[in-house]
Design a binder for this molecule. Sequence first.
Ligand code: DGL
Length: 278
Amino acid sequence: MQGIGVFDSGFGGLTILESLQESMPEHDFMYLGDNARTPYGDKSFEQVNQYTKEAIDWLFEQGCPLVILACNTASALALRNIQQIHLKLNHGAKKRVLGVVRPTTEIIGNYSKTNKIGLLGTPATVESNSYGIEVKKFFPQVSLYQEACPFWVPMIEEHTYEDASSKIQIQKNCEALLKKNKDIDTILLACTHYPILLPIIEKIVPKEIRIVTQGDIVAKSLLEYLHRHPEMENLISKNKNTVFYTTETDIEKFKEKSTHFYKAISTVRHTNLDLNDT
Ligand code: DGL
């Protein structure tokens, strides 16, 4: 199928996929979660680059003309390199990869009145400072305060975030972020896993603070992109199909855990990202 590839290190990209499907109900999608190697947030730049390239190459091999990196960590660490070098060397001009950092930083400044924005993300995303650099390009008046949350993706993937000790950890990170500046009026959840924690975070942070998730932002940006690029839009098949792949060998485990992120998935296939594996 020539669907839109949607890639994440695990389940988080399902929160983006849902918004994409709502905005583009006719389009086909191919979801790939690298659950066997999640989390990416504590991995090196080289590892995230390598894993992301492998995933993209595999999705292209399946027929996807366009891949969305529905993962902040992969977008922050690998996208530029992939767009500027990997695509040109290996895939010619026809294939495209888009991320989630750019669409978010293009508009995030509009949410804040104080120009003080907080960001919660994985250690790799925060250390890369990709958001800090990109936000400054679009909103030079905005100060961005970032807090790395190393335990959040593992607790979400393992579904232990309701435990008392997890909630204490979530509270610690939220409080540490808010301590960085008392005028923070907007918090960006800069990890596609984090919307799952929204009900818990909303109980911790003051009500006046706006919490921003990325699904709708990324969907709107992709729609606009496809409008500007009819040659890409025309390549994407439109049969209302979505197929799911994971690098996890235990398919039933994937199906069960994915229900915390997305509606029930009836068919999931395993891949080891071998390029001869169809
Ligand atoms: N969903 C990925 C993100 O948006 C999680 C990264 C990880 O695997 O640590 O950053």
